[in-house]
Design a protein around this ligand. Sequence first.
Ligand SMILES: [Cu+2]
Length: 148
Amino acid sequence: MSSFIRGVFIVSLGVIAVSVFSAEREVVSVQQAWVKLAPPGAAVNAAYMRLQNQSPIAQTIIAVSADCCSQVMMHESRLEGDRVVMDHKERLEIPAQSELVLAPGGLHLMLMGAHKPLTMNDKVSFVVEFADRTQQIIVAPVKLAADE
Ligand SMILES: [Cu+2]
């Protein structure tokens, strides 16, 4: 009898653990997420998307990871003279009831250390971590260009 009770206890703990890990948020909605196909031999890929914050408080992304790659960094491209340089960003803030656009020439996610080269129509699954410790999963296809 006691082992039966223990079994029930373990099962209910499992349910709690699952619900904590899938703390899915609907606070930020993501549109037009895509990963740019890189030329053969390129070491990195960039990812772009529109992040819409429907909540009355700012949402801050503090880390991103992806299943394809060993590291994802948050970058911002800018022109320095006639060349493009990229600044590393520690966090990306999406203002309250506003949106943050990651697009070519500006903010982007930089995918580094691909386990294998990304090819057309691959799906990259990102885990985005917010400052409030919640996470959101974003799936983005590999394409040559953004949809119009
Ligand atoms: Cu970059």
